[in-house]
Write a protein of this length. Structure first.
Length: 114
């Protein structure tokens, strides 16, 4: 059920507009992709302004974990492959915590929506 809030985007990784459209559909809000990658810090809590995260699964060992009614976990590491978008529905009380040092890019509310 909650797996529908994690989407593989390997074919779209170089198409920012497509990534933003897919993340917006998952998040239920219009979002824009941050221009730069972020390397997470162990046990870091993600800012509530983040509505979805583009996760590079083949990065340092770690995980992006979303807590809510259900827990969603995206593992990262040198043996993982691909890119996924995971929604963070902070408007529904979900929070996100990073484990290890995953590489990712954040989606935040679009300027047009704020």
């Amino acid at each position: 059920m909650e797996e529908s809030l994690i989407l593989s985007v390997d074919d779209d990784i170089r198409d920012t507009a497509s990534l933003e459209d897919k993340a917006s559909q998952l998040a239920g809000e219009r979002v824009a992709l941050d221009p730069h990658q972020t390397i997470g810090k162990n046990f870091e809590v993600v800012d509530p302004s983040v509505r979805a995260i583009l996760v590079c699964r083949k990065s340092a060992e770690g995980a992006v974990r979303v807590f809510g009614k259900y827990i969603r976990n995206v593992a990262t590491g040198p043996d993982e492959h691909g890119y996924v978008i995971v929604a963070v529905k902070s408007s529904e009380g979900e929070t996100c915590r990073l484990l290890g040092t995953p590489t990712m890019r954040y989606f935040r509310l679009s300027e047009a929506q704020t």
